[in-house]
Design a protein. Structure first.
Length: 265
């Protein structure tokens, strides 16, 4: 069937509020004859469930959902789901982690003071004689609406390039980093039918910038920063958790439905 991705609405969002997100975990309990217990987490039983309630959908949005439901044969076939409440990036708290691609001439130092009084920011320094990039590649549609954001600060005012890159196109912009902390935001969609997206930051030779709160979301504007470690908000083994997709006509070109999606944690 090829790559299947949960559709994005024409509004540039994946969901409407309010929505419900539930995480289910299970613990295996072994009761010994003397009454003592051995408790172990059952890693394979973990599930996250999203209940998404939509209203005032256009006919186009309804067709997106119906086409995807049919392509998945309802709950039978897995698809990729982007958590509408999460940060898509892996290891946003550690820019030196394996999820980030960078040149050996780009050095990342942790333990830097952050904009909220802690030490969770990181100092990124380009020791090379040419532009160096810090990037992360995600297996998601390149042509969705995305918002890439992060907090940045520098000793002296400087410029960095921020970009989103698909297999066949790229959008980038120059942004100014000041001595105080500012949240830099770069959003939009690529005219690219590819199934991968790379986001990143380019630093000129000798540039040093403090960075905190790197975040990618499939929506128009940024929400509150959600730190991530080994996993991000992209679920590659999600399923529809309903047997039928029921659509209610509210008015002319206005429809409503409730969708339930679940994925292994």
């Amino acid at each position: 069937m090829g790559n299947l991705y949960y559709p994005q609405l024409t509004s540039g969002a994946l969901a409407q509020y309010p929505l419900r997100k539930t995480t289910i975990t299970r613990t295996i309990r072994n009761v010994l004859p003397d009454g003592n217990m051995i408790l172990l987490p059952d890693a394979g039983a973990g599930r996250t469930i999203w209940q998404l309630e939509y209203s005032n959908l256009s006919l186009t949005d309804v067709q997106y959902l119906q086409t995807h439901f049919t392509a998945c044969n309802g709950p039978l076939t897995a698809f990729t789901f982007i958590d509408p409440t999460g940060n898509m990036l892996v290891s946003s708290t550690d820019l030196s982690a394996a999820a980030w691609q960078k040149s050996s001439l780009l050095q990342v130092q942790s333990g830097t003071s952050d904009p909220f009084g802690g030490t969770a920011a990181q100092t990124v320094t380009n020791y090379g004689q040419d532009i160096q990039e810090l990037t992360q590649l995600l297996n998601v549609p390149a042509n969705y609406q995305y918002c890439f954001s992060f907090y940045a600060s520098a000793i002296e005012q400087t410029n960095v390039e921020v970009f989103r890159r698909g297999p066949n196109s790229q959008q980038s912009t120059q942004m100014t980093v000041y001595s105080g902390w500012n949240r830099l935001v770069f959003g939009g969609r690529l005219n690219d039918s590819g199934s991968t997206l790379t986001v990143g930051i380019s630093l000129g030779a000798g540039t040093q910038v403090k960075i905190f709160g790197v975040q990618l979301e499939a929506q128009i504007s940024p929400s509150r920063y959600q730190p991530t470690n080994r996993t991000g908000g992209v679920y590659t083994n999600a399923h529809w958790a309903i047997e039928q997709l029921q659509i209610t006509a509210e008015d002319i070109n206005s429809y409503a439905t409730t969708v339930i999606v679940e994925a292994a944690v």
